[in-house]
Design a protein around this ligand. Sequence first.
Ligand code: ATP
Ligand code: MG
Length: 255
Amino acid sequence: MPHTLYRSGNLIIMVKLPKSHPRYLSLKTRELLVNGVEEGITSKAGLIAHGRGEMFDYLIGEETIEFAEKAERKAIAEMLEAENPVISVNGNVAALVPSGIVSLADRLDAKLEVNLFHRTEERIEKIEKKLIKNGAKKVYGKRAGAKIPGLDHDRALCAEEGIFSADVVLIPLEDGDRAKALKDMGKKTITIDLNPLSRTAKTADITIVDNLVRAVPNMMKFEPMYDDLDNDKNLRNTLDHMYNRLKHLSQEVRP
Ligand code: ATP
Ligand code: MG
């Protein structure tokens, strides 16, 4: 049975997660992130970002909806057709889907680059090690000799052979500013972001509104889609899905 340690001062509490718990998956995901913080690969701010994501997942219904599936299939096609596709890995990605993201990079013949909002050399090294432990042969990001124009120093740093020269970048859970700066460099940007209203979601060429823990396994098994995707329309459909679902749920509440 999975269990997690919560530390409060000197008090260590062991919490067991029974598989029968109705929120098992959500609790399990939180446990991975808490462990990520304890291992020093996830930032505390990453926990807050996750909470915001969970809230949108609740509104979606905690499942991959058809519009997410479409975006996932289109994303696979774009990555496969790219010349230098790069997958950006942050502390949440490394905590939640360490082996999934390595397998996905293999499938898409893409490079992996550690790219942190709260950059420290120590966290970069820990994430690199974690990815290598999960089968990655090469991880970019430690030697970040290039800069994304328009961003302040730390957030601008990236690898020359990685994100800097990529034509297509997969940027899960990215910050809005950096997503825009990458797009301004002329790159095709693909994000995985549960919030269809975030700046990243609105800026990206392809927005996958799905939980990382579902999106990455999906992208391992789905077939690529080579038809055009109207990303704005896909986002509108996603918001309509949330709206209709809330309307339906509101009718279930007793007056
Ligand atoms: P933006 O900077 O794009 O305007 P933001 O400031 O609201 O967005 P950030 O903290 O910069 O949010 O980015 C984190 C994003 O990642 C959030 O939009 C959140 O919804 C999303 N997110 C968090 N956890 C997950 C997850 N497990 N799967 C997919 N998306 C997630
Ligand atoms: Mg942000």
